[in-house]
Design a protein around this ligand. Structure first.
Ligand SMILES: [Zn+2]
Length: 397
């Protein structure tokens, strides 16, 4: 493959279709708090588990190199070739998230973002305009359904009031500043979503959570009849407005039960004619069900698969398997790139450079065996990295 093709690949501006705000910090991060950003493990050992992953070893090596180019010197890599994590973290804290982000986004050629504002919580998330200014990016936002419903609980006394508020907020999402919805039902009991729950059961679900709230507990939308009924209602709003809906599928935080997070469970929704106006984006490569996810996006007109190179935290080899399966199965107009970057700019950057390298390698092999031409590769890369998401989330509107 000639070098001008690889340069053209580098020049495609990335549109990251699934990411989150950076995090506000009040004290400098230390080794433990920094590493905890790169694992879904919980408990006292989580940062140690993070440090033992191939993902973190790769990340620290890459960030050490970038920091060397910014601050100079070679103090980040020891004589034995090991990265000095403490020094890397101290240097990046000194530079600050926004300046580091500016440099990393330039290097990764990351130009547009679709941001889920449901995490980190608003009081720990940076202002989006500030984040966009610092990184010179254009952005769109998504409304996270479950978090939004949980927040509404403190404003209502009964189920009907909750529905009224919910409908009012979702009736014109574009006007409210949103380009689509996002659901974490996968982290609240799974992806089987029924629309025919008995009203009394749903109201009982509301009361159960309201009672907990009245006793001072935090509302967590885990009652399934209530969650599924409101989620389905939200999907109907999205469908009527021809807006996309992202679903967390497979890999996720420690609440996920992988047995109920298989993308096959979403077939009911994909086949539901009353939801035909909504496009469904299956996040996180559906890992470890990436072949199932690739298949669904290949056959359903309203299914897209998210090709994420940041989270799940995988090695390059495993990401290659994922990219091979998805690009090798799903038509290129139904694949969208992301990092799932959250809290720190590092994940956005690592994902961007890994994505180009992995996809570039994959294409080189396809071209050298005569399977496709360079123009095919450029077309596919442009669609995945930029064009599909640009259309899907209405960046032109
Ligand atoms: Zn996410």
């Amino acid at each position: 493959m000639n070098s001008s093709f690889l340069e053209e690949l580098e020049a495609i501006p990335l549109l990251d279709n699934h990411c989150h705000p950076f995090e506000v910090t009040t004290t400098p991060r230390n080794l433990e708090s920094y590493l905890n950003n790169f694992t879904e493990a919980h408990g006292v050992e989580s940062h140690i588990k993070a440090s033992k992953s191939i993902f973190v070893r790769r990340l620290m090596r890459k960030i050490a190199t970038v920091l060397q180019s910014i601050v100079g010197g070679d103090g980040f890599i020891g004589a034995d070739g090991r990265i000095d994590y403490e020094k890397v973290i101290a240097a990046r804290e000194e530079i600050g998230d926004f300046y580091l982000a500016k440099r990393l986004f330039e290097k990764g050629n990351i130009r547009s973002l679709v941001i889920d504002t449901g995490y980190p919580p608003a009081n720990r998330a940076v202002d989006l305009e500030t984040m966009a200014d610092a990184t010179s990016t254009k952005y769109r936002t998504l409304l996270r359904i479950e978090t939004h419903i949980e927040a509404l609980f403190s404003e209502v006394d009964n189920y009907d009031e909750l529905v009224d508020h919910f409908d009012a907020d979702l009736t014109d999402l574009r006007k409210g500043g949103y380009s689509g919805l996002k659901s974490i039902a996968g982290y609240r009991g799974g992806l089987n979503i029924a629309s025919n729950h008995d009203r009394q059961e749903v109201i009982a679900g509301f009361k159960e959570l309201k009672d907990l709230q009245n006793r001072g507990e935090k509302v967590r939308l885990s009652n399934r009849p209530l969650l599924e009924t409101l989620l389905y209602r939200g999907l109907s709003h999205a469908s009527r407005q021809n807006l996309p809906v992202q679903f967390h599928v497979g890999y996720g935080d420690h609440d996920v039960d992988l047995a109920s997070a298989n993308p096959n469970s979403l077939r009911n929704l994909l086949e539901d004619e009353s939801l035909a106006g909504a496009n469904f984006v299956l996040l996180h490569n559906c890992w470890p069900f990436f072949r199932e996810g690739a298949f669904l996006a290949a056959i359903y007109p309203n299914a897209y698969i998210d090709l994420s190179f940041g989270i799940p935290f995988l090695s390059i080899d495993e990401m290659e398997q994922v990219a091979k399966a998805i690009i090798g199965t799903t038509p290129s107009n139904h694949i969208v790139y992301s990092s799932d970057g959250v809290r720190l700019p590092e994940i956005f950057y690592l994902s961007a450079i890994d994505a180009r390298a992995i996809v570039g390698d994959l294409f080189s092999r396809m071209v050298s065996r005569g399977e496709v031409g360079e123009q095919d590769c450029l077309e596919v890369a442009t669609e995945i990295f930029f064009e599909n998401a640009w259309k899907l989330y209405g960046f032109d509107e």
